[in-house]
Design a binder for this molecule. Structure first.
Ligand code: PAF
Length: 281
């Protein structure tokens, strides 16, 4: 496995590896969810192909300095996990290797990124689009694998690739969960024991919404009230947002008439967690 820190090294390294080149972009603190993405990348790369993982805590997608500072960075363990997972190249740039001090170009998606996390975290998706496009260009990847957990991110990246004719095939991979339903996230390690014990509530609330739909509930008002009630039962969390949005446009809907997504973000102290569920009428 080759570990590179400079863009020029990444280009040179990728040129000497086989195709297809499959990128798994990460911010490190790799957990079983990331490793499932890497495993999937290995499968689609095939025997001749190359899996490249980027590990970069991208400062321009953070809206809170405390969150950026507290983001876990266990690099040695991450590299060991990549090696064990059959990754060929790991790109671990410093911030200075990614961004000029006077950089003045940003990639902005203006529709799908407006609500949900985009509204709650101004500038977040500009930062994501900008770094992801740079990682695509630097790695020369043919495909890239992203987790469905960040479903808005995935939708925004697909739109960027479509609108800018970026020659990269985007592959979404199902959310990986703990046995109690909590979606895996690098931020989970920052939860206290009590917060960790409470956090499966997110999944339970979402499953209850799906059960309500199966029992005939159709209005956003009913579904949101039920979910809000389930979340309010916890004294440990603070709701950031809760919304029912169309599965394609990500616009809020008043009734479930076609596939939609019930999405939420909550804070446990300073730790922000997201989750969602797809609902079909
Ligand atoms: O999902 C993430 O970990 C990040 O948003 C990504 C895609 C690696 C861009 O920094």
């Amino acid at each position: 496995m080759t570990v590179v820190t400079q863009a020029s090294e990444l280009r040179a390294s990728m040129a000497s590896h086989g195709q297809p080149r499959v990128l798994v972009p990460t911010m490190g603190a790799l957990h079983a969810g990331h490793l499932a993405l890497v495993q999937h990348a290995r499968e689609v790369a095939g025997a001749e192909g190359t899996v490249v993982v980027s590990i970069f805590v991208n400062p321009i997608q953070f809206d809170r300095a405390g969150d950026l500072a507290a983001y876990p960075r266990p690099l040695a363990a991450d590299l060991a996990a990549c090696r064990a997972a059959g990754v060929a190249v790991v790109f671990v740039p410093e911030v200075a290797a990614m961004y000029y001090p006077d950089r003045s170009v940003t990639v902005t998606e203006t529709q799908l990124s407006r609500g949900l996390c985009g509204a709650a975290r101004p500038g977040h998706f500009d930062g994501v689009c900008t770094v992801v496009l740079k990682l695509f260009l630097l790695s020369g990847c043919d495909m890239a694998v992203f987790g469905n957990k960040d479903f808005q991110q995935l939708a925004v990246i697909r739109r960027m690739v479509r609108d800018l004719d970026v020659p990269v095939t985007i592959i979404g991979h199902p959310t990986v969960r703990e046995a109690d339903g909590l979606a895996l996230s690098s931020r989970n390690v920052r939860l206290s024991a009590a917060q960790r014990a409470d956090a499966p509530r997110l999944r339970q609330v979402l499953l209850a919404a799906r059960a309500a739909v199966q029992a005939g509930a159709r209005t956003a008002a009913d579904l949101l009230a039920g979910a809000r009630h389930g979340l309010a039962a916890s004294p440990l969390l603070r709701l950031d947002y809760l919304a029912l949005v169309d599965a394609d446009s990500l616009e809020e809907v008043a009734r479930l008439e076609r596939p939609a997504v019930l999405a939420m973000a909550v804070f446990y102290g300073e730790v922000r967690l997201i989750d969602h569920i797809r609902l079909e009428p």
